[in-house]
Write a protein that binds this ligand. Structure first.
Ligand code: HEM
Length: 490
């Protein structure tokens, strides 16, 4: 007869072993003809000084290039991760089989799902169409004036912040303030105000919840949010109050704007849909939040990457782009969009370091085949790895890992044509593509051109000698804690 202590120990052991096998071994019905990335790989950056690029090179490149898809553990579950363009194109196109299933469905109990809810990026079917119709027009036609004004303020803040002795500064927090003000003024109809004052209460609130949401432990094991852990209860509370304050701020500004009916901000269109009872208050909130989140974080990452590459290639690309930009006058966004060097540089930056590296938000609605022979069971999460797609040697050749803006072409027509082609064939997936293509691409590209133009007008950039050249270890991809030397142009 087993003693109670032995019985409890045995149960505990069985539970632990089950948990271990669930994490260490993919489900038995997962396809056998694609490789498995060892589960511990995602934990390596926690213990070793390794960035995402090194991790990809060491553990993912070979299986990804050979098979185009792998089994990978991420976000408390096993997933299929895809990077071969033909597979990506299939996933993007067959939306009914690879149906969008964002955090609101995948981990509805988590802080992160409470933050962004059921929004235009994660929704599926008719609900998605409703959201997209409300937003599409205003995200393609927007007022560019705030982008020009804010780029100037941003440069002024760099000047104020640069260390006098070394000429260096950490640019990350300033870029975040720039992109927050840009997205709020262009799409939400109010000024976040972070470029004018370092400590705006909404900004402080946002910084706090970002810290709580992107906590590595809870991001890797979101099921922990199910437990009554005091710091997570606090995180839920902060997220709820942020959502409430943000939407009230947007609505207040719209109500006070006597020309509300004439405004064409993305947020005003959402409010119109709400007033017409097409969407409810939670849906209004979810979409306003996602405009703010996607609209500032993604450009923030890409601006950081572009400034890093300008500094890295200071005597070539930086110098040449500045020579090209000199003839453009303030406010001429169209002129900037026609510059071959500037645009091929940006497209190459988007390829080299896709801001959203890995996205896993699709779930198979039936048993299906990826390509000819990879059989995927129903209810499997399928994601895509943008870094893998954008560095795939069969698509990009032996120079796939080299920064070569000239690969896009030498005249602007060829450059834009190549850009469109690579996106439609899913050879470049940084902005997704097809029906679910990013709605903010145009806005992000204008923002990027204007910011680069203004920065180069005022500074010569170089990498700070004390900065260690590394990318972020996981999640969003960009240089880690970038520090630049910014020398005033005379
Ligand atoms: C560098 C900047 C950006 C990058 C790299 C980027 C990338 C992406 C990607 C990869 C997707 C698809 C996500 C998925 O598969 O679930 C997406 C969707 C989307 N993005 Fe962006 N994005 C950027 C900027 C923006 C901006 C500034 C906005 C403006 C608010 C925005 C709004 C959206 C929306 C609304 C969707 C959903 C489209 C749909 O499903 O119909 N993005 N973006």
């Amino acid at each position: 007869m087993m003693s109670p202590i032995s019985a409890i120990s045995a149960i505990f052991f069985v539970l632990l072993a089950t948990l271990f096998f669930k994490i260490a071994i993919p489900p038995l019905n997962f396809p056998r003809n694609i490789p498995t990335i060892p589960f511990y790989v995602i934990f390596l950056p926690v213990f070793f000084k390794m960035d995402q690029v090194e991790l990809y090179e060491k553990y993912l490149r070979e299986p990804m290039e050979k098979y185009g898809a792998v089994k990978a553990f991420f976000g408390s579950r096993w997933n299929i991760l895809v990077s071969r363009p033909e597979f990506l194109a299939q996933v993007f196109k067959d939306e009914n089989t690879f149906a969008k299933s964002g955090n609101q469905k995948k981990i509805p109990y988590s802080v992160i799902a409470t933050y962004t809810g059921d929004n235009v990026i994660s929704a599926h079917g008719d609900i998605w169409k409703l959201y997209r119709t409300s937003l599409n027009h205003s995200l393609q036609r927007f007022n560019e004036a705030p982008l020009w004004k804010n780029a100037k303020k941003f440069c002024q803040l760099i000047c104020n912040q640069v260390d006098v002795a070394s000429g260096s500064t950490k640019v990350g927090p300033l870029i975040q303030r720039l992109t927050l003000d840009n997205i709020s003024e262009v799409t939400l109809g109010f000024d976040f105000g972070t470029l004018n004052q370092e400590k705006s209460s909404l900004h402080e609130h946002l910084l706090l919840i970002k810290k709580q949401i992107f906590h590595p432990l809870f991001l890797t094991f979101p099921f922990l949010d199910l437990f009554p852990i005091p710091m997570r209860k606090e995180a839920f509370k902060n997220v709820e109050s942020f959502r409430k304050i943000l939407v009230e701020r947007v609505r207040q500004n719209m109500i006070e704007n006597y020309q509300f009916e004439q405004t064409d901000f993305a947020a005003s269109n959402l409010i119109r849909s709400y007033n017409a009872e097409k969407i409810n208050y939670t849906q209004l909130t979810d979409n306003i939040v996602i405009l703010l989140v996607a609209g500032h974080e993604n450009p923030q990452l890409l601006i950081t990457t572009c400034l890093y590459l300008l500094a890295k290639y200071k005597s070539t690309w930086q110098q040449d782009i500045w020579e090209e930009c000199k003839r453009i006058v303030d406010g001429d966004s169209k002129g900037l969009s026609e510059l071959p060097l500037l645009n091929s540089f940006i497209f190459e930056a988007v390829r080299m370091y896709p801001p959203l590296n890995t996205i896993i938000n699709r779930k198979t609605s039936r048993l299906c085949k990826l390509g000819h022979d990879i059989v995927i069971p129903k209810d499997t999460y399928v994601g895509y790895n943008n870094f893998g797609a954008n560095h795939y040697r069969k698509s990009w050749g032996s120079t796939a890992d080299e920064f070569q803006p000239q690969r896009w072409g030498s005249d602007i027509d060829t450059i834009l044509k190549t850009w469109r082609e690579k996106k439609t064939t899913a050879v470049l997936s940084s902005f997704h593509g097809g029906r679910r293509a990013c709605l903010g691409e145009k806005l992000a590209l204008v923002e990027l051109r204007v910011t680069i133009f203004e920065v180069l007008k005022q500074f010569k950039l170089s990498l700070s000698p004390s900065w260690e050249e590394k990318m972020t270890p996981g999640g969003p991809l960009c240089p880690l804690n970038l520090e630049l030397t910014c020398e005033r142009r005379t």
